[in-house]
Design a protein around this ligand. Sequence first.
Ligand SMILES: Cc1cc2nc3c(=O)[nH]c(=O)nc-3n(C[C@H](O)[C@H](O)[C@H](O)COP(=O)(O)OP(=O)(O)OC[C@H]3O[C@@H](n4cnc5c(N)ncnc54)[C@H](O)[C@@H]3O)c2cc1C
Length: 391
Amino acid sequence: MDFEITHEQRMLVDTVRGFIKDELAPLEAGIEETGVLPDDTARAIFEKSKALGLYGMNIPEEFGGGGLSALETMMVEEQFGHTTDILIRRAFGNVYEVLLSCVGPQIARWLTPAVTGERVCSIAFTEPGAGSDAAGIKTKAVRKGDKWVLNGMKHFISDGSFSDFFVVTAVTDPTKGHRGISMFLVDKGMPGFSVGRDQPMMGIRGTSHLELHFDDVELTDEHLLGTEGEGLKLAFSVLGRVRLAQVAARSIGKATKVLGMTLDYARERVQFGQPIGDFQMVQQMLADSAIEINAARTALWQCAWEIDAGLDPRAKISALKVQGSETLGRVVDRAMQIFGGMGFSKDLPIERYYRDARIYRIFDGSSEIHRGVIAKSMLKGGGAIFDPWGA
Ligand SMILES: Cc1cc2nc3c(=O)[nH]c(=O)nc-3n(C[C@H](O)[C@H](O)[C@H](O)COP(=O)(O)OP(=O)(O)OC[C@H]3O[C@@H](n4cnc5c(N)ncnc54)[C@H](O)[C@@H]3O)c2cc1C
């Protein structure tokens, strides 16, 4: 077991941290106020980040990405958590590993442009009637000759306004339940594909969440990602790493950033003639936040190490999804308490962190769904999640 951070890892994290502080953090207040990241600003941060080699870092080098290990990906994703969702997307990319399943002409059409940032991709699984129950979708793709005809709708699709193409789940065999669902690569602008409402959200301003409508969209076999009927299997096998990065690691990063701000405030804010950080009840809140962040980060690194070792720690990823997002929830709640009225006021960004944090316990599988995954794995005999010696 070696917890030493290498020189290269330290340099990488310092570069990302510096970029976020200098280039992205100054944009946050404006996006919060207007709800928009202007196109020219988005382009500028993309180009600066790309020039530093910071775009698509999670993708293997052979496909043009940064080739980071899972552990290194978690280190940089934690830093991404120091800024907002929309800025992360534009500066560093949200290049989903599921695209690595592209084969033949799909590579040049969808994978490579996504890695270079020429084209942006969103994941479109959720429907009004099927959220947690990903197999309960109604969108269907029916075989007609050598074509597929896609009909249905999706909602809550993050970054949909900006995205050029979508990974869409559809039922291809209604008799086979979750084994009858396939994934398709669908380009914006295809005949029959239209975007609906941008659904307003409580937080993560600047990001769009779209309804998508498919009305007799004609697809070919080139649009099929992976094997017919194995869409959900493929999704579950690769989206775990995304979840670990984009939810667990970013939650820990956000919690770390907020605790740092809270600590500064506790030192500076004076009441009853002394800094509020001198009061034991405030100290307890600070200490509890630090303890929980450290525990979550250590578990995150250990889980990433297992991925790099070729293991498949699905139940641990679920545990980290819950631990990271719920730690963040408690840390921002304590921060608001310590900041008092200034925490609730829009004069400071604490209320924004508070709002932005809430979705982390819901999207990418709610806390309840992931607790179910953990418990089922334990009941099947997977005790390693809590007892590495007894496994
Ligand atoms: C801001 C935002 C961005 C999103 N981005 C995307 C995206 O890019 N692509 C995409 O496909 N989707 C996206 N989603 C959808 C998101 O993943 C779903 O909202 C989430 O999976 C929960 O589904 P639901 O909202 O339908 O809630 P429901 O599934 O209706 O759940 C409601 C409640 O019931 C509980 N529940 C449901 N089933 C069970 C169970 N078996 N056991 C115990 N409790 C249960 C849930 O935990 C929850 O508390 C996004 C959503 C939001 C709000």
